[in-house]
Ligand binder design. Sequence first.
Ligand code: SOE
Length: 378
Amino acid sequence: MTLSIGMLGYRFMGKAHSNAFSRLSMFFPDAPDIERDVLVGRDEDALADAADRLGFARTATDWREVVDEVDVFYNLGPNDVHVEPSVAALEAGVPVLSEKPLAATLDGAERMAEAAAEADVPTAVAFNYRYVPAIQHAKQLIDEGAIGEIHHVRANYLQDWLVDPQAPWSWRNSEEIAGSGALGDLGAHSIDLAQYLLGDSIERVSGHLKTFVEERPVPGADGGGLDAESGDSVETRPVTVDDAYSAQAEFANGAMGTFEASRFANGQKNAHTIAINGSDGSLRFDLERLNELEVLRDDGRGFETVLVTDPDDPYLDHWWPPGHVLGWEHTFVHEDYEFLSAVAEGESYGPNFADGLAVQRVLDAIERSDESGRWVEV
Ligand code: SOE
């Protein structure tokens, strides 16, 4: 069986997934056969060029015309286009992978999760960091009880691409399109990782959001984004989302969480760290050293840096000999392998839209807490 793929969006995430599709048959020979069928976007010229580069057979400028013609639909568009195309695909019985956060609003995320439950086909929300081998190793250690009862989880996701007030405006600065800023874009990853690793859910939060620069110059031809240049124009647009957030959280089983994300953390490019302290040990992970996991066990030897690159480590038997490290892009290969295999075999998959909704509820609670100045229930 060959799964035909429809993909909405062809920029950053479009490239990341298309690269993963190319690696699948080479490194994961038991992955289902796939066909890059149709690429969806609005700008015909850019779309045709992207379809060529990313290997898609055809293009469409209206998702409504193709969403029911494919076996799997990848929704990689900006957050405000996650709901309608994904719900339409699910209503046609087509499995969907959506970028994170699940939607720009809690209402939208609820609609997506309801449509997923009714369709009863696999769905995925693209929390790709679950697929770092060191994170999977951490999950195994926690599940085996190696660090005992968990007391603390501390997660930061720090970037600095907006610290320059002249950095151009992009859709990521718009509440209407993105829903929130650093909170939904980066915090969603940390909150998902924390809930996944602990196997526990956040029950109440106290949050603080901050916007440091209230308006930005309109972008140049590249449309804005992480490595964009400003155009010559002096025209500006308002920034209507947070540049940074921090939150304290209480988990159902009593663990304390502290979270922070920023686009203003000068010098930090993609610093996603998570530390977990338990009664019998601790774990520390840093995305910028993603082949390593720091492990403290109850044996008096202090923190040990474990290189997670052995063939018996998660996914490593598919790649290179020990010590031949993996990178950020491999997380997408692992994610697409698991999701597409679940689709081909008609099995359930996680993280799915229900997991995406669980994260969205925490994002929403953090915003409500910021507005009210009080702790709020999720
Ligand atoms: C931009 O902040 C971004 O690309 C996020 O959108 C991704 O989810 C994150 O993985 C890297 O940074």
